[in-house]
Write a protein that binds this ligand. Sequence first.
Ligand code: HEC
Length: 115
Amino acid sequence: MNLHLKKIALLSAVLGASLACAGPVQAQSATPAPDNEALDVEQLFAGTCGFCHSDGGRAAGKGPQLMNSQRDDDFLRNRIKHGKQGAMPAFDGAFTDAQIDQMIKYIRALKPREG
Ligand code: HEC
C-alpha cells in the first residue's frame, strides 16, 4: 500500500518534470518559420537598410529619407543595385531583380506612421 503510493508520487513527479520540459519546446516550434518564399521587405529594410535609412525609410539617417522620393524607379533601382562609392553599399549580388522591385514598391508605398 505504502509502496503503491510512493510509486504514484514518483510517477507524477516524473510526469510533472517532463511536462515542464515540454512547455518551452512546444512554444519554440509554435513560432512561425521565416517565410523564404516572399521577401518581407519591411523586415529586410529594418535590418539591412535601416542602419542608414531610418524608420523604415521614412526618415533620413546616414542616408537620405526614401519616403516621397522624387527620383524615378530607374534611379532607385540603380542605387540599390550599385550603391554609391563611399556612401551606400551595392546590393546587386544580395538580391534578385524581383526582390529589388519589391523594395521599390515598398519605398513608393511608404507613408508617415500614424500617431
Ligand atoms: C551604409 C549606409 C547605407 C545602407 C546600409 C543603405 N543605404 Fe541606401 N543610401 C545611403 C546613402 C548615403 C545614400 C545617398 C547616396 C547619394 O549621395 O546619392 C543612399 C541612397 C539610397 C537610395 C536613393 C535615394 C535618393 O533619393 O537618392 C535608395 C533607393 C536607397 N539608398 C535604398 C537602399 C536600400 C533598399 C537599402 C538596403 C537594401 C539601402 N539603401 C542601404 C546609405 C545607405
